[in-house]
Structure formats: structure tokens, C-alpha cells
Design a protein around this ligand. Structure first.
Ligand code: URA
Length: 254
């Protein structure tokens, strides 16, 4: 691979060659095949059915994710299991795993979408501009990640160019998210934005869903606008504030 080429570019180039019909990898240096000893096989047919090449084994990444997630008995083990999971393409383009931040065991667990550039660099969720707004929103109802809020994302690796996560990526990582919630044991979940609604509630439509309590993963769940959306549409902060007050009332009542 040309030095400096990132994984996704290299992968796209390979896919392109396969589409053109390339079936064999050729080395960088030319080979004089006339100078090679004659090693051509006598017959193209395999000697017997038993000698036929073995088919590559099919792997089911969701089943592997489920089993890895279930075996984790603590948040540290879960982080290690996610770090060792090799079946999600996003891992290859990301700098590092972004697992969680804040106070494990807090009553409130916030679930965002996926790391962006700043999160990928720092290894923590919601540390960029959207994260700073999230912190201000939480402060408005006396929540603080260093004391009483726990934060994670649906996906632990940054998607290339911050593209939307694909449904199969969400499906593959969902067993880890479910286990994460079970181990963190919050009282309520806040799902921020459509990707998080899709992963946790199985539906999208944040404008309609926001502010109304749902039930998923054995917990009350409140959908809210994503802070990145609020940065683009500041006039929607009024709705976000109403949802925060709804969350505060629920915590006060609990
Ligand atoms: N947006 C998210 O959904 N999560 C982050 O961690 C940062 C930005």
C-alpha cells in the first residue's frame, strides 16, 4: 500500500479492482516467468473430492458480538471485549475505541451517536463542540458528567468523514450497547438524535419522539434532540429545555 494512504481509500481502490475483474494479487516487482522452473500443475482437476480446497468459514459478527458482550462481567471487561472485536469496519479507520465518560453507576445514562474527530483523538465521548453544549444542557438541570451522569455512544469508533453509521454497523454493535446499559445500571436512559433512537427504540423521527417517555432495555427512555443538531438549529433549544425539565422532574420523583 502506498504510504500515507488511509484504510478506507485503500479498501475503495481494492473494491474497484475487484469490480473490474481482478482475481489475483500481483507483486510490486515484475517476475520473469520464463526463468522460473516449470511448476505448472499436471491437471486442473483436484485429485479427489477430499483434496478440494476448504471453503472459508462464514462468521456471524452479530453472534460473535453477543457472545463477547455477554461474557463481560464488568465495564472494564466490556471495554476490553469491544477493543478486541475485529468485525466492524469502522475500527480500522478510527484512531481508538471511544468507550464512555462520566460517572459509572449514575442514575442517568446518555447515549449519543458516534465519536467525531475530537472524540476519536481524545478517546472520550462528547468532548468537541456538541459535547460542550451537552455539558451546559446537563448543568441546567444539575447534572455533571464528573458527578452524576454517564455518557456513551451507539458506536465506539468514528465513522469516516463523520458519515451516518450503517444499519449493519448499528446492529453489530448493539449487543455491546445493551450489555453496557446492563452493567452501568442507570435508572433512565437519554437517547440523543435519530441514530440513538434507532438503536435503542428501533425507530426514528426525533422531532415526533422527543420529550415523550418510552420503554426499552428494561428502562424508561427519553429521546432528545442531539446537541449537534441544536448547534445548527438553535431555535430548537426551547424544546430541548422542556425535555431536560421533564428529565429533571422524573429524577426528582424517583
Ligand atoms: N456526537 C455524538 O453523538 N457523540 C459524540 O461522542 C460526539 C458527537
Amino acid at each position: 500500500m502506498e504510504s500515507g494512504m488511509d484504510y478506507h481509500t485503500a479498501r475503495a481502490l481494492l473494491d474497484w479492482q475487484i469490480e473490474l475483474g481482478v482475481t489475483e494479487a500481483i507483486g510490486d516487482a515484475p517476475i520473469d516467468r520464463y526463468a522460473l522452473p516449470d511448476t505448472a500443475p499436471k491437471s486442473k482437476k483436484p485429485a479427489s473430492p477430499a483434496a478440494a480446497p476448504e471453503k472459508p468459514k462464514q462468521v456471524d459478527p452479530v453472534a460473535i458480538a453477543k457472545s463477547a458482550a455477554q461474557s463481560a462481567g464488568s465495564l472494564d471487561e466490556l471495554r476490553a471485549a469491544m477493543d478486541a472485536f475485529e468485525h466492524c469496519e469502522l475500527k480500522r479507520g478510527a484512531r481508538q475505541l471511544v468507550f464512555a465518560d462520566g460517572t459509572a453507576g449514575a442514575r442517568v445514562m446518555i447515549i449519543g451517536e458516534a465519536p467525531g474527530r475530537d472524540e476519536d483523538r481524545e478517546g472520550k465521548p462528547f468532548v468537541g463542540r456538541a459535547g460542550q453544549l451537552l455539558d451546559r444542557m446537563l448543568a441546567g438541570i444539575d447534572l455533571d458528567r464528573t458527578q452524576n451522569a454517564y455518557i456513551t455512544n451507539v458506536l465506539p469508533w468514528r465513522p469516516p468523514q463523520n458519515r451516518d453509521p450503517k444499519p449493519e454497523e448499528i446492529g453489530m454493535m448493539k449487543p455491546f450497547l445493551e450489555r453496557h446499559v446492563a452493567l452501568a445500571k442507570p435508572e433512565v436512559l437519554v437517547v440523543m438524535g435519530n441514530i440513538s433512537c434507532q438503536a435503542v427504540l428501533g425507530k426514528r423521527g426525533i422531532t415526533r419522539l422527543r420529550g415523550t417517555w418510552e420503554h426499552a432495555l428494561d428502562l424508561p427512555v427519553i429521546p432528545m434532540f442531539h446537541p449537534a443538531y441544536l448547534l445548527r438549529q438553535p431555535q430548537m433549544k426551547r424544546e430541548a429545555w422542556a425535555d431536560l425539565l421533564e428529565l429533571k422532574a422524573r429524577l426528582g420523583a424517583g
